[in-house]
Write a protein that binds this ligand. Structure first.
Ligand code: ATP
Length: 370
């Protein structure tokens, strides 16, 4: 298989098992993100891929060559993988040019080729004018661009990013997200990116591997994770959502599920994840705030949920209004247009298309009762 293959990776530190037998592939040219809360094993996995950490069991291969395995451990400098760290790790006493040229000089690349490659890499990260500056004379964002130039200058097979934007302020983070993806796409380089920031993962990745407690909770494209979460952990980790509990009554022939909420209310949901699930089973329902409408024109569809409620509070945030509506004794969050009349205490109707209402048997809460 082309690209990176991680199989049954297990890593233990004393009696802490940081990674519990995970397997995944990273396809050539793709940016794959390991996403998850602090301590879930992302960095440990990345360090194993880099060869900086030895696994207790499992294997890591690239283009079918085993790099880490039962009797094999290719050292980091022989893997042709480069890493960009959160801490930039550039040498302050060296010029930008020398920082980027360092790995080529170690490899005894000739002077002219080195100059050409360094200038190209600095051009790619937008630092062509900065080659004589010293590390101490650069902003955080510029230092991280140097680190990226240093990582791409030797044309590695794989680029590894360990929370590279975490030390930057919000607007610079957003700018560098765009730049890094542009560089990765332009070079067609395969990348593994570690972050705990869902927005970063959603906006940058071709594929997201969501981790929790050393295992993979869910893997897929950003829209798979956002639109079709398979657990309450995944649904809430990748964006704001309303989570309800209900019981499955039936899935009809068109694939729409009829559920009964805790207060007896009927909820229509997508039956996509309920194939083979017995009626009576407890399910979790996730509805994103912007998938709930208040426009009466939405009320006509056969698969539309229609709920009466009372506005609890509404916060105007410029582009939209965040509002909370009391519906069958639950507080449901909606996203409405700034023009919407949402005075607290007023009665409104909410509409939600069943196709946007996700229902799944949650690993943590499922019990069956007829
Ligand atoms: P963060 O986002 O905070 O960096 P992470 O998802 O990258 O978290 P890891 O750093 O991989 O998580 O850590 C996974 C688990 O392994 C944690 O429980 C952590 O405390 C433990 N761990 C990591 N490195 C070591 C170490 N060198 N010695 C002992 N335990 C460790």
């Amino acid at each position: 298989m082309e690209g990176l293959a991680v199989e049954n990776l297990v890593v233990k530190y004393g009696n802490v098992t940081a990674v519990r037998g995970i397997s995944f592939d990273v396809k050539p040219g793709m940016l794959t993100t390991l996403l998850g809360p602090s301590g879930c094993g992302k960095t440990t996995t990345l360090r194993c891929i880099a060869g900086l950490e030895k696994a207790d069991s499992g294997s890591i291969s690239y283009d079918d060559t085993v790099l880490s395995g039962e009797r094999q451990h290719v050292p980091p400098n022989k893997r042709q993988f480069n890493m960009v760290f959160q801490s930039y790790a550039i040498w302050p006493h060296m010029s930008v040019f020398d920082n980027v040229a360092y790995s080529l000089r170690i490899r005894k690349e000739n002077k002219e080729t080195t100059k050409e490659k360094v200038r190209k890499a600095l051009g790619t990260v937008g630092l062509a004018q900065f080659e004589d500056r010293y590390g101490t004379e650069l902003s955080g964002g510029q230092q991280q661009r140097v680190a990226v130039a240093r990582a791409i200058v030797s044309s590695p097979k794989l680029l590894l990013f360990d929370e590279p934007l975490s030390n930057l302020d919000a607007s610079l983070r957003e700018q560098l997200r765009i730049e890094m993806v542009a560089i990765q796409r332009e070079l067609g380089i395969t990348a593994v990116y570690v972050t705990h920031d869902q927005l970063e993962a959603m906006s940058m990745s071709d594929e997201i591997i969501l981790m929790r407690d050393g295992v993979i909770e869910q893997q897929g494209s950003p829209s798979d994770l956002y639109k079709s979460p398979t657990s309450s952990f995944a649904a809430s980790f990748v964006g704001v959502t309303n989570m309800l509990t209900a019981r499955l009554r039936e899935v009809d022939s068109s694939g729409v599920a009829r559920l009964e909420g805790d207060d007896g209310e009927v909820i229509y949901a997508s039956g996509d994840q309920l194939g083979g699930v017995a009626p009576g089973t407890s399910v979790t329902v996730s509805i994103r705030p912007h998938d709930i409408g208040i426009d009466e024109r939405l009320s006509g569809g056969a698969n539309h949920n229609r709920w009466r409620g009372t506005v609890e509070r509404a916060l105007y945030v410029g582009t939209h209004v965040d509002a909370w509506v009391n519906v069958f004794s639950k507080s449901v969050r909606i996203t409405a247009s700034p023009q919407a009349d949402l005075r607290p205490g007023s009665a409104i109707e909410l509409y939600a298309d069943a196709a946007n209402v996700v229902a799944f048997v949650d690993k943590e809460t499922s019990t069956a009762e007829p």
